[in-house]
Design a protein around this ligand. Structure first.
Ligand SMILES: C[S@@+](CC[C@H](N)C(=O)[O-])C[C@H]1O[C@@H](n2cnc3c(N)ncnc32)[C@H](O)[C@@H]1O
Length: 224
């Protein structure tokens, strides 16, 4: 029998500068009230009045997650992020905006995804995933066949996955991988569809830094 394999880390550091006192307090007091359950659960049961459930994988400091949650109080937003400083910044935003429609996974999104039932999500966001540009690190890229299969399991038919990147090679990589999946179709019809940010996008400070080698590219895939 082969030994179970732990998936490779797709993220970099999980801690940076020391937390501000408010952030440390929020991790202790607010996070436990918002943390996604540890066992398999149906997110629609967490808020039966929610019209849809969306998931953001790697929400960074939570600017996009919390802005979407504030805009769409009818939606339950799930978010996963292992970087503690980002998580703490997101908690401060959640408190400031008094959001009650957000649940968080303080770690690898793939652990959360495994606990969710099939077809429970309407939207999935992967915005500026760690690019891992060196060839020897490609195996750490979040977008890979296993992730795409899991996203296909979780999105309901007609559900959408939005991927943004400012690395040209990562966009090509993602298109190649999604093209091999029968669960998704790329929705683009013209160049503007991948060159212009979608109307409902919310930019983040990370995005504004333009750390990649091209302008942001926007890829939207629909679950067939
Ligand atoms: C480059 S940052 C972008 C952050 C944010 N999406 C934005 O656009 O501002 C990528 C983030 O994805 C997170 N990440 C990478 N792999 C992840 C995983 N498997 N689960 C959850 N988050 C992950 C990293 O910790 C990092 O904060």
């Amino acid at each position: 029998m082969s030994a179970p394999t732990t998936p490779l880390r797709t993220f970099g550091r999980t801690k940076a500068r020391a937390l501000k006192p408010r952030q440390a307090r929020l991790l202790k007091t607010l996070l436990p009230t918002l943390a996604a359950p540890d066992a398999p659960f149906d997110p629609r049961r967490l808020r039966p009045d929610a019209s849809e459930v969306w998931l953001e994988v790697g929400f960074g400091a939570g600017e996009h997650l919390t802005a979407q949650a504030a805009r769409r109080p009818d939606v339950l937003l799930l978010g996963a992020e292992p970087f503690q400083n980002g998580l703490a910044a997101a908690l401060a935003r959640i408190e400031d905006l008094k959001l009650s429609n957000v649940r968080l996974e303080p770690g690898d999104a793939r652990g959360l995804m495994m606990r969710l039932p099939a077809a429970s999500l309407a939207r999935l966001f992967v915005l500026f995933p760690d690019p891992w540009p060196k060839t020897r690190h490609w195996k750490r890229r979040l977008i890979e066949p296993g992730f795409i299969a899991e996203a296909g399991r979780l999105l309901r038919p007609g559900g959408r996955l939005r991927l943004a990147t400012d690395w040209a090679d990562y966009a090509d990589w993602a298109l190649e991988h999604f093209a091999r999946s029968s669960a998704f179709v790329w929705t683009a019809e013209q160049a503007g569809d991948w060159r212009c940010a979608p109307a409902d996008h919310v930019s983040t400070r990370y995005e504004a830094k333009r750390l990649g080698d091209c302008s942001p590219l926007w890829l939207e895939f629909e679950r067939v």
